[in-house]
Design a protein around this ligand. Structure first.
Ligand code: PMP
Length: 496
């Protein structure tokens, strides 16, 4: 940090190891390595950069070639960042059950997202990628099998850990596993350069595939079969429905000292504790790994140094069980605080009752504005016309409704740059205020007839009176006209 970077890609890695002060036994030193400091907020930025640069070096990835990968999200987000920066088209294949934020982020970064049925599980996503590779000649990083995944962690994550603990020594390193790139790469380096560090690996208690001792079977084509001990679990990004090769290799090389089963509810509690007691805002698999680290801390000798991996940011889980207990509305306690002072509450109006009426001073209307309003009205007899403000929430909702219903419309944004010169927008508004005896914006016309503002249009729609008005003027619409128009308003604008 604190120097000039040549591109966003140079900011991948070098994440901080931070001491925990308010959770767990005091007799040990518990540190967390916060991977959300990576540019896209997860450990998978390392993998994304690692596999793509490896493929560029070896020549298997050609300039401009499309990249396709199966991912639960974070790899997709990391790949989308790297592909955006380097100019590769990207297609991500994702099971439908992963959080919506991930899909939308990947699309925001310019990539495509192909969904697969959740019943087909992780193996279904991979099979779909194989089909796409065969059909289109795209390149797949194969995050579960590509040695460059674990190598990137050996070269970066492990080196950072060894450097950070060079002076004080590291007694325990705690991780979970998804692709097992982190586990595979870091455990190899630790065994070599810090052989006394105990490697502790967490997995969901209801889905212990490593702990089962049952080895992983593959199909004749090399693809993984579903492990018999796999069960759906809470920790997105953790334990797929098979044992990936890097975890298999770590087991065979005896690079794992202990397996720790993690309870889902305790994982959620730990994720919230990290946020609320340490100000460390991370995702469910981070809380789950931290749950394992706390168990290690309980039995570790006094003065032990423990490092726990935190793979990603909590912002990726707003729509998941992690946030289930976090409500949008005020709790009883919050309502009590709101009611502890007189104004600005929902149960008492703040507007003074006896406000004197403002005297009406009918100003001179601008002749050019009068002519412009007449001409705009004249030209828009066969569609909906809205005098509006560019970014007003009500105007925005009306636009959304009209677009959803395929109703042809024109909006005249009176505050847009085009209407600012000589207060042209203000002069037009003065004409509208007087002609319609209507003080607010938007002002909406259906086929030349003034109907009022946004909620007036919505009320007409709700009452079923909009359809005959449109039909009478041959203005088309679709079946969305039957939807509750208020659903187009943001929730906080819904009338109470
Ligand atoms: N947690 C989350 C949220 C992840 O996305 C991943 C990666 N799938 C992991 C943990 C595990 O990391 P790795 O793939 O390196 O084992």
């Amino acid at each position: 940090m604190g120097h000039l970077y040549q591109s966003i890609l140079d900011t991948v890695g070098n994440t901080p190891a931070v001491k925990i002060n308010n959770i767990g036994p005091e007799k040990v030193n518990l540190y967390v390595k916060i991977e959300s400091f990576n540019p896209m907020g997860s450990v998978k930025d390392r993998l994304a950069l690692g596999v793509i640069e490896d493929a560029e070096r070896s020549g298997v990835l050609k300039p401009g070639q499309t990249i396709v990968e199966a991912t639960s999200g974070n790899t997709g987000i990391g790949l989308a960042m790297v592909c955006a920066q380097k100019g590769y088209p990207l297609v991500i294949v994702m099971a439908e059950n992963f959080s919506i934020e991930r899909r939308r982020m990947i699309r925001f970064l310019g990539a495509k997202v192909i969904l697969t049925p959740s019943s087909d599980m992780g193996t279904g996503m991979i099979a779909k990628v194989n089909e796409l590779v065969e059909t289109h000649g795209w390149w797949q990083p194969s995050q579960f099998d590509n040695p460059a995944n674990a190598e990137m962690h050996e070269r970066t994550t492990a080196v950072e850990i060894l450097d950070d603990f060079a002076e004080i020594g590291l007694d325990y390193w705690v991780t979970g596993f998804g692709t097992s790139g982190t586990l595979g790469g870091v455990s190899r380096a630790l065994r070599q350069k810090s052989p006394d560090t105990k490697i502790m690996v967490c997995e969901p208690d209801n889905s212990q595939i490593l702990g089962s001792g049952i080895s992983q079977q593959r199909n004749p084509d090399g693809t993984y079969q579903t492990h018999p001990n796999f069960r759906p679990h809470l920790m997105q990004g953790w334990s797929p429905n098979f044992i990936p090769r890097f975890a298999e290799e770590a087991m065979e090389a005896k690079n794992i000292d202990e397996l720790i089963p993690i309870n889902g509810n305790f994982a959620i509690q730990c994720t919230m504790d990290l946020a609320q007691k340490e100000g460390i805002f991370v995702g469910t698999s981070s809380g789950a790994t931290f749950a394992g680290a706390l168990q290690v801390a309980e039995t570790a000798p006094e003065g032990s140094n423990i490092l726990c991996m935190l793979p990603d940011t909590g912002e990726r889980y707003l729509s998941t069980p992690l946030f289930e207990s976090i409500v949008e509305d005020m709790s009883d306690e919050e309502i009590e605080i709101s009611r502890s002072t007189p104004g600005y509450r929902f149960d008492v109006s703040t507007v003074p009752v006896d406000e004197p009426e403002k005297p009406e001073v009918p100003g001179e209307l601008d002749p050019a504005a009068l002519a412009e309003v007449a001409s705009i009205l004249e030209q828009n007899q066969e569609q909906v016309l809205m005098f509006s403000l560019e970014w007003c929430e009500f105007c925005w909702s009306v636009r959304k409704m009209l677009a959803a219903c395929d109703i042809p419309y024109v909006t005249v944004d009176l505050d847009s740059v085009a209407f600012q010169e000589n207060d042209r927008g203000g002069k037009i508004l003065a004409v509208l205020n007087q002609q319609n005896d209507w003080p607010t914006i938007p002002q909406i016309y259906v086929g030349g007839e003034f109907v009022g503002g946004a909620t007036d249009l919505f009320d007409i729609g709700k009452a079923g009176e909009l359809q005959p008005k449109l039909s009478a003027r041959n203005i088309p619409y679709n079946e969305s006209i039957n939807r509750d128009p208020y659903s187009f308003l943001p929730a906080w604008l819904h009338p109470r």
